[in-house]
Design a protein around this ligand. Sequence first.
Ligand code: E4P
Length: 216
Amino acid sequence: MQIFLDTANLKEVEEAVKYGFCDGVTTNPSLIAKEGLDYNDTLKKIAQMVNGPVSAETVALDAGGMLGEGRAFAKLHKNIIVKVPLTKEGLLACQFLTKEGIRVNVTLCFSANQALMAAKAGAFIISPFVGRLDDIGQTGMELIREIRHIYDNYEYQTKILVASVRHPVHVKESAMIGADIATLPYKVWEQLFTHPLTDAGIQKFLDDWKKVPKKR
Ligand code: E4P
């Protein structure tokens, strides 16, 4: 499973790339607003740092507007892929952009039928939001299971990107179900490496090492 970082923070991207666990990046208007930086400049910098897709989200509501924004994003860097919302207009834009050779990430997916339509529109990536479904008392991971099943039934090549990830259990379940990608907030990315027994084990070995006689 590929691991993307869900951030517009350059330091976080730099850190994940340094350790070799950053297959791509997803951004959205909320993440970029948090950084207070110019969207295009930030996207370009991230795209230069990462060897993989970097999602840039459109804000127009009509297909024509999305096409304009999407084409401009795609010109920034070869790694940039265009994010459009899962609406009829978004899926129309997806079909046009895909025909032009621009890869599309269809975002804000909350149902299996929406995911089916995105695959039929030729989406490169579908982004179902698990955390936001959990937030309203539904089971986000169940949606991932359904989409995996449907895509496998018809051999759709659209990649399932698990979005709105809140904790490491979401990551483990994504991998067990067979999602293609999970996009993680930096905090969750860090949590993947840690376990209290690993820390305690290191401490014990270091303490015991001090007791080993050393030749002078
Ligand atoms: C990523 O592509 C999504 O925009 C992001 O994961 C949404 O996460 P949130 O529900 O925590 O805002």
